[in-house]
Design a protein around this ligand. Structure first.
Ligand SMILES: Cc1cc2nc3c(=O)[nH]c(=O)nc-3n(C[C@H](O)[C@H](O)[C@H](O)COP(=O)(O)OP(=O)(O)OC[C@H]3O[C@@H](n4cnc5c(N)ncnc54)[C@H](O)[C@@H]3O)c2cc1C
Ligand SMILES: Nc1c(O)cccc1C(=O)O
Length: 492
């Protein structure tokens, strides 16, 4: 089939009936539901862009195996050129949604591409797991499937491992083996966009202990598989809000969901890992899924940060507040933050290495530095936006007010900004800002940057411990040892 169009993506959505729960009811038709309509169109647009001559050479490449075009995010990176092709594709996608949709198809394409490129790891444990992930990659690539994922156990009792929870199947685990596959039961979170995807892949971040064998698994199923409940969180928009009043929330809602598997059959050929605590703990660090998706996340996060910083600058400029020294200082800080992330991305890409299996990987220390800094930089941007917009963020007439002939002259008189910024121009900027820094939509977007890659506190601690192990702190050691000449660092 090759690359899909937006219409083909929408047709596939229509052809399925996943069990999606929203506000206490099962959604009969996803696309009739106002909450999902616009976000589905945003995804469809990305599929259409793959066919647009303006974007096609960035978003797609010709697959060496099939001779057909495939999404660039399915390209297995072998050299710097591949890295930069992927980087450009990530950026083109991110710009279309201002980085606000984190789980566009390219994200999980990179996850599965990385797993398949590193199937040697699974093959060490089980030949079938390796073959299964290789075939699954081809299935996604050749049919341009949109995937969601659920890799975290729900927060039931974080002080206990999965096998110690109150119920054996609070967390997702295997109930029994059958000739045709495994039966799985229990919950996983936090499947972003699940209702709008074709299939779901399940695996886990490390953290399994002996006794957790039944929970140590990885597999994929269609989202409409029998027994799968997709329970959506409360929406941040109702699908009918004005695009004037909520330019972002009305378009880029990425609905998150808890997935509850009630005795779902996973066929053997879709099982990628099972009943093996060691393999489950090593999957993340050994298969490139700690690095390759971080490239997409880094590029997307950079675009989102840059966008939010630009909005903060517009807010300040529109009311003349950027004439004040402290506002200039804060905005200067935000702009420098975006430059730090941009520079780190280029460094991570430039300082790539080739693994013994021929995979090109970005510098992991630099990637992890981006992941460590974004949970501080993005909230800081939002904080600055809130403090510059101040009370004005709450003093905004609605689109309906603007449309009132009686009220409009008053609005025009009292809601304008500095010279040259009329009421409508200022309100458009402030409404954009409020979607980012006040609305539930913006708070979810902030929570995403804090947590999408895991708990930032533990991630920084892991980073420190690994850094300490791998670096000799040789400058400090040299002075402590009173060396006359300082040795040059070893390069590898
Ligand atoms: C908007 C959004 C979208 C997301 N999308 C997806 C998605 O599509 N797919 C997906 O699989 N995941 C997704 N994630 C989930 C994400 O992977 C998790 O939120 C993330 O891994 C953090 O885990 P947690 O939320 O369970 O927090 P927890 O790990 O429960 O942490 C909660 C608090 O408890 C502390 N804590 C908990 N356990 C420990 C411990 N062992 N040691 C020390 N401190 C501890 C933490 O420091 C933290 O302060 C998304 C998250 C968000 C916010
Ligand atoms: N956040 C991630 C995810 O959801 C899947 C795979 C990798 C990551 C990551 O940030 O490393």
């Amino acid at each position: 089939m090759g690359i899909r169009t937006g219409a083909q993506y929408i047709e596939a959505l229509k052809s399925r009936k996943p069990e999606v729960w929203l506000n206490g009811k099962i959604v009969e038709n996803i696309l009739d539901e106002p909450y999902f309509k616009q976000p589905a169109q945003e995804i469809a647009k990305l599929y259409d862009m793959q066919h647009d001559p303006v974007y096609q050479d960035d978003l797609t490449v010709v697959c060496e195996e099939t001779g057909e075009r495939m999404a660039t995010s399915f390209l297995m990176p072998h050299n710097y050129e591949d890295i930069m092709k992927r980087s450009k594709a990530f950026e083109v996608v991110a710009r279309q949604t201002f980085g606000l949709m984190g789980r566009t198809p390219d994200f999980l394409n990179t996850v599965v591409t990385s797993l398949a490129q590193n199937s040697w790891f699974l093959r060490k444990y089980n030949e079938d797991w390796a073959t299964n992930i290789e075939n699954y990659y081809k299935h996604l690539r050749d049919n341009d499937i949109f995937l969601t994922h659920a890799i975290v156990n729900p927060q039931n009792d974080r002080s206990k491992n999965s096998h110690e929870q109150a119920d054996k199947y609070t967390h997702l685990g295997v109930v029994e083996e059958r000739p045709e596959g495994i039966i799985v039961r229990g919950a996983k979170m936090l499947a972003t966009l699940a209702a709008l995807t074709d299939e779901v892949i399940v695996y886990s971040f490390p953290g399994f202990a002996p006794g957790d064998e039944r929970y140590a698994l990885a597999f994929a199923v269609p989202v409409d598989v029998k027994g799968l409940k997709i329970i959506c969180r409360e929406p941040v928009q109702d699908g009918t809000r004005s695009t004037f009043d909520h330019p972002l929330a009305s378009r880029y809602e990425e609905m998150d969901a808890l997935l509850v598997f009630e005795d779902v059959l996973v066929p053997w050929d879709k099982v990628f890992l099972y009943n093996n605590v060691e393999a489950a703990n090593l999957l993340y660090p050994m298969t490139g899924i700690a690095e390759q998706p971080a490239h997409q996340s880094g590029v997307r996060g950079y675009i989102k940060l840059k966008f939010a910083v630009e909005v903060a600058c517009k807010v300040a400029d529109s009311i003349g507040a950027d004439q004040y020294l402290h506002v200039q200082r804060d905005l200067g800080e935000l702009i420098q933050n975006t430059e730090v992330i941009r520079s780190l991305l280029r460094t991570a890409e430039h300082e790539y290495t080739i693994t013994e299996y021929g995979e090109a990987r970005l510098n992991p220390v630099v990637l992890e530095t981006i992941r460590g800094m974004m949970p501080d930089m993005y909230p800081r941007t939002i904080e600055v936006m809130q403090t510059i917009g101040a009370g004005g963020l709450l003093m905004m007439p609605t689109e309906a007010d603007f449309l009132s002939d009686e009220l409009r002259p008053t609005i025009d008189r009292h809601y304008g900004g500095r010279a040259g910024i009329d009421a409508e121009a200022r309100m458009k900027i402030f409404k954009l800002a409020w979607d980012l820094c006040g609305e539930a939509f913006g708070m979810r977007a902030l929570q995403y940057e804090r947590y999408y890659t895991g708990d930032p506190i533990r991630k920084r601690a892991i980073f420190y411990n690994k850094y300490k192990k791998e670096n000799a702190l040789d400058l400090a050691e040299a002075i402590l040892a009173k060396e006359d000449t300082i040795k040059e660092p070893q390069t590898n």
